[in-house]
Design a protein around this ligand. Structure first.
Ligand code: ADP
Length: 475
């Protein structure tokens, strides 16, 4: 059988209960009896000493009559529920509160030896065979002129001590039962607060281990177990999300690779079977070339994203003039701009502006943003590349007056392979990876990128960069 935590806890509870009963049944009676006997003996001894020093000594000095002493001791004996005797060292009973005075018939205790207790002031037993049941006996010597004349002996029946013992034992049992009931509350709490949530968590981990990452469970407690459950739920949802993303990613990659490959294959087959005559080859080979360009761009982008995605990507940080990089980027688009009659306006702060970043990667960001701005701009429009300095940061903006992005798409444009429906028709070459790359690069720098866009009016992408200290030195 599987040993569950619950079973172990119940077993521990039973062991606790059984040991509790064993202790109460064995140790407690012995301990309480010893204690009660000692306490009773002490009080009886004090009483015997007092009697020995007062009434009893009067007996031997003949100051008090035997009858008077007997009457006083009878009262004391009744009050104490005991038997008081005065015994001579020879064993002759001078006085006994349990019998009437009889001077003619003297009673002698055979073998009476006050030293037989080994120095203790009390003993438990039948007192030299003079009692049928066990009694607690204490001695106090009666001395006169430094001589022991006799002994005051008090006997107390053990039954009364045993009764006290029994009632104490009953109290111990009741206490133990109450304790066991109280610890049952702990067991109930344990079940509710630890065992049930743990069972849910274990079941959930089994589900996750078998691949069911969408399994959801609820643990309503705000302690460590609740936190563990929440973390586990979160972990599973993240893994499920990552799995879904991976599937989507593979589907997108396959789709984006398949369409250029299909068109390349189509044109090449048409050339081979003669559907395309040789004089038309140049035109179609150029289309094939374009398609291979697209495939190369896609592969490059995927590789780049893959590298950027690795945690803690290596940034080749350096201090460089961002103005120069912006100018170079604008210049590289001269041809494309001319084709659409688009002009690029540069509004740059300072002649030179040093930033601390990975130049190659920031160049890529500017390239992707400007490329998009041109792609999604109308003919005869202006694109503005602008920089602004604020709170030790440099903000770079790429603004166009093109088609803009619908409000509902604004959040999605950063996703891999995302292309808005409106742009799909216009931009067949787009991969939907450009902005993902941009975002990864800016995030890797610990900076931010934002977009402000209105459909049919245009878009502005703004990202921040860390300014270099070199700017202050140059001033
Ligand atoms: P690609 O440009 O290769 O399609 P991107 O990731 O760069 O991929 O862009 C994703 C989508 O965001 C584009 O398809 C387009 O719909 C939208 N987009 C990006 N930049 C602009 C812009 N300047 N103006 C309008 N839409 C844009």
């Amino acid at each position: 059988m599987k040993k569950t935590l619950y079973l172990k806890f119940i077993l521990a509870y039973f062991i606790f209960g059984v040991f509790g009963f064993i202790i109460v049944a064995t140790l407690i009676p012995g301990m309480t009896k010893d204690h009660l006997v000692r306490e009773k003996a002490e009080s009886l001894y004090a009483e015997a000493s007092a009697i020995a020093n007062t009434y009893a000594s009067g007996l031997y000095t003949s100051e008090t009559s035997l009858e008077t002493v007997k009457a006083q001791m009878d009262t004391l004996a009744i009050y104490q529920d005991s038997v008081i005797r005065v015994i001579n060292p020879s064993g002759l009973v001078v006085l006994d509160t349990s019998t009437e005075l009889n001077v003619e018939e003297s009673v002698i205790i055979e073998g009476f030896d006050p030293t037989s207790t080994g120095g203790a002031y009390y003993t438990v037993g039948d007192f030299f065979g003079t009692f049928d049941t066990a009694v607690l006996t204490t001695f106090a010597p009666i001395t006169s002129n430094y001589m022991v004349k006799g002994y005051v002996v008090i006997h107390c029946p053990m039954t009364s001590i045993q009764e006290s013992c029994d009632s104490l034992q009953r109290i111990s049992y009741i206490t133990l039962i109450v304790l066991l009931m109280l610890s049952l509350i702990i067991l109930i709490f344990f079940t509710d607060m630890v065992y049930v949530p743990l069972k849910k968590i274990t079941y959930a981990t089994e589900q996750y281990a078998s691949g069911n990452m969408h399994y959801e469970f609820q643990v309503d407690s705000d302690d460590e177990i609740g936190y563990l459950a929440a973390c586990l739920n979160y972990m599973a949802s993240e893994i499920a999300g990552a799995e879904d993303n991976q599937k989507k990613f593979v589907a997108n990659v396959s789709h984006d690779f398949r369409s250029p490959l299909t068109s390349i294959r189509g044109y090449l087959e048409a050339m081979l079977d003669g559907t395309i005559p040789p004089e038309m080859y140049e035109k179609y080979l150029n289309i094939v070339l374009n398609e291979t360009d697209r495939l190369k761009k896609l592969t490059d982008s995927l590789l780049m994203l893959n590298n950027l995605n690795t945690k803690g990507i290596f940034l080749d940080r350096a201090e460089f003039d961002i103005n120069q990089v912006i100018r170079n980027t604008a210049a590289s688009f001269e041809g494309t701009c001319r084709a659409k009659n688009i002009s690029i306006e540069l509004v740059l702060t300072g002649d030179v502006m040093y930033v601390d970043a990975d130049m190659g990667k920031i160049q890529q960001v500017l390239y992707n943003l400007t490329d998009n701005a041109i792609k999604f701009s109308h003919h005869n429009s202006v694109i503005r590349l602008e920089t602004a300095e604020k709170k030790n940061k440099l903000f770079v903006s790429v603004k166009d007056t093109g088609i803009g992005i619908p409000k509902e798409d604004l959040k999605l444009i950063w996703d891999r392979f995302y292309k808005s429906d409106s742009s799909r028709g216009k931009d067949k070459k787009g991969t939907g990876l450009g902005l993902s790359i941009v975002k990864e690069i800016i995030n890797a720098h610990g900076e931010h990128i934002n977009v402000i866009s209105t459909q049919d009016e245009g878009s502005e992408f703004i990202f921040s960069l860390a300014l270099s200290k070199k700017n202050d030195e140059e001033e």
